[in-house]
Write a protein that binds this ligand. Structure first.
Ligand code: NDP
Length: 328
């Protein structure tokens, strides 16, 4: 049986090690669809996992990579046949089930999303969990009735993956987008994606006030902590915040004042176990509302081998936009 290359994380007495290994299909985990992985990507969570900065792996050994895209090689289900282009986001890939940092994967058909015809497998991974989560955040704002006329929408962690895709989506939908970033030198990039203005993230990351001047009709927050608390305090009456991230921290030193005096909504967004229909809806909207030129401009292609060098960089907030790994 022909072997394939994979990155394997192993737990030792000294801690975690990650090594390139040769596996065979017999080594793959249970599932009814086998995929030749052509592309994968680097999300913040992948960086934490590979760099050993957080306990992302829940089973050992583990192939990291929470996303993958590729071509079906073998299928024991009716919905997919060899040659179909498919993608997987989450479902605990790279946590409890072998993930995308390998030339092959085997998963349950219920986890698969067909790659929309507007995208190729590289585009699908330029989107990845980060972009699909950005879309979930936009859906959350829409479901909370945030409209372009309600005032500017703030996106925090703007130069990162979720932030970059969120800006491109919101601007296409007619929102006035303000990007909060620690990299003000990326102003041209953020404006190219569709930001109308840029604020230094230092304005939002300090000691939160209970209630500030009303500034934002909506917000997508990827950083949490005092930034999210400050954002909440600056929301306009009946505004909504979609919160998905923790790049600044997991705490939330906020007060109830924005909720009880301004009717502000704080909507949590979770991507890993989102139901299948929600994913299909999100990918349908990505195909419709994401400018493919902007998507390709925010993505940089690398060979998968570069993951070891890039993982600590994304955790340090030093990766702009999205990374696509070519596999094999
Ligand atoms: P990235 O690393 O690409 O982006 C995060 C951005 O946050 C950075 O680029 C930086 O933007 C900003 N940032 C980094 N460190 C700090 C800090 N200390 N204080 C304030 N801002 C900071 O990550 P992703 O876009 O992939 O993910 C963003 C967040 O969303 C992560 O926390 C991730 O875990 C979470 N996430 C959650 C999901 C869910 O299902 N809930 C799914 C996907 C992601 P800048 O330089 O512009 O300030």
């Amino acid at each position: 049986m022909a072997g394939f290359k994979a990155l394997l994380a192993t737990r030792t007495d000294q801690g975690q090690t990650v090594d390139w290994v040769e596996l065979t299909e017999d080594d793959l985990m249970a599932g009814n669809v086998t995929i030749k992985v052509t592309h994968t990507t680097l999300n913040y969570k992948d960086g934490l996992a590979v760099a050993g900065k957080a306990p992302i792996f829940r089973r050992w050994p583990m192939i990291p990579g929470i996303d993958l895209a590729g071509v079906v090689e073998a299928s024991r289900c009716r919905d997919y046949k060899p040659g179909d282009k498919v993608l997987v986001n989450g479902w605990r890939l790279g946590e409890t089930h072998y993930g995308g940092y390998a030339e092959k994967a085997r998963v349950e058909d219920g986890w698969l999303v067909p790659v929309p015809k507007q995208f190729n497998c590289s585009d699908a991974m330029a989107i990845g969990t980060a972009g699909y989560t950005a879309m979930l955040c936009v859906l959350a704002l829409e479901e909370n009735d945030v409209k372009p006329g309600d005032g500017p929408v703030l996106v925090t962690g703007a130069s990162g993956g979720v932030g970059s895709v969120a800006i491109a989506l919101l601007s296409k939908l007619g929102f006035e987008v303000i990007a909060s970033t620690g990299r003000t030198e990326e102003e041209d990039y953020l404006k190219y994606l569709g930001a109308a203005g840029v604020v230094d993230r230092g304005e939002l990351s300090g000691e939160p006030s209970m209630l500030g001047k009303e500034r934002w009709g909506g917000a997508i927050d990827t950083v949490g902590s005092s930034t999210l608390a400050n954002v909440l305090s600056q929301m306009k009456y009946n505004g909504a915040v979609a919160a998905c991230g923790l790049a600044q921290g997991t705490d939330l030193p906020a007060s109830v004042m924005p909720f009880i005096l301004r009717g502000v909504t704080l909507q949590g967004v979770e991507s890993v176990l989102a139901p299948k229909q929600r994913r299909l809806d999100a990918w349908k909207r990505l195909a419709k509302d994401l400018d493919i030129g902007k998507l390709r401009a925010m993505a940089v292609a690398h060979p998968l081998e570069d993951v070891l060098e890039l993982a600590p960089k994304i955790v340090a907030g030093k990766v702009r936009g999205r990374v696509v790994f070519n596999v094999g």
